[in-house]
Design a protein around this ligand. Structure first.
Ligand SMILES: N[C@@H](CCC(=O)N[C@@H](CS)C(=O)NCC(=O)O)C(=O)O
Length: 214
């Protein structure tokens, strides 16, 4: 398997697929294509028909879009989704909500692991997104989290979906209270997340348009 990803500092969609592949125990070659520099679009298109990362290549089959990649990996390793049908439905619902929503949080608090933007990015709409994330996290932890430290106990695709939010919250100094705060600490302590963050710190490229607050 090969996984085509963007810059680790910035590419939140890449992180979701990469973390699902790591947590799912897959062996894969990582092809990192720095975004928005001359030639990057052509390089991405040579692997990914959508022209976006992430894209998984498995025996010549291209699977693009982080949601589809997660589901593809979960078919190969069902442990990436909760075994219980009710929990699995809610895991998919919160994953889909993350995938299609939270535009205000995404726009004003983009993933930027190397920066400290504590206090920046807030607006009533962003704060509403932050509150909704906190509600999802505490609700899943209390309803489904008894078997482990993640949203549904064991690590699942839902955790991969929220992984970039954990880095955003760290960068922007967002500190949810209670169970949501504990869960944030769990995500940030995950060894694969720490590997990803270390790699982000060692990257040399920056994308000026993404460094919103200096
Ligand atoms: N919905 C897609 C979004 C993918 C996406 O927007 N990727 C960005 C990087 S995080 C990208 O490839 N941008 C490069 C470009 O648009 O040229 C997914 O979940 O994979």
């Amino acid at each position: 398997m090969k996984l085509i990803i963007g810059n680790k500092n910035y590419s939140s969609w890449s992180l979701r697929a990469w973390l699902a592949a790591r947590e799912g125990g897959f062996t894969f070659e990582e092809i990192r294509i720095p975004l928005f520099i001359p030639g990057s679009r052509e390089r991405i298109l040579s692997h990914s028909p959508s022209g976006k990362v992430p894209c998984l290549i498995d025996h010549g089959l291209a699977v693009w879009d982080s949601l589809a990649i997660g589901e593809y990996l979960a078919e190969k390793n069902p442990a990436l989704l909760p075994a219980d049908g009710t929990a699995r439905a809610v895991a998919r619902a919160v994953t889909a909500e993350m995938h299609s929503g939270f535009q205000n949080l995404r726009g004003r608090m983009p993933m930027n692991i190397r920066k400290d933007y504590a206090g920046f990015g807030h607006s009533p709409e962003v704060d509403a997104d932050i509150a909704r994330v906190g509600t999802i996290w505490s609700d899943c932890r209390s309803r489904f989290g008894a078997g482990g430290p993640y949203l549904f106990g064991a690590f699942s695709l839902a955790d991969a979906a929220f992984a970039p939010v954990a880095f955003r919250f760290r960068t922007f100094g967002v500190k949810p209270a209670g169970a949501a705060g504990d869960y944030l600490a769990t995500l940030l302590a995950n060894p694969h997340m720490q590997d990803w963050a270390a790699a982000a710190h060692s990257e040399s490229e920056s994308i000026a348009e993404e460094d919103l607050y200096g």
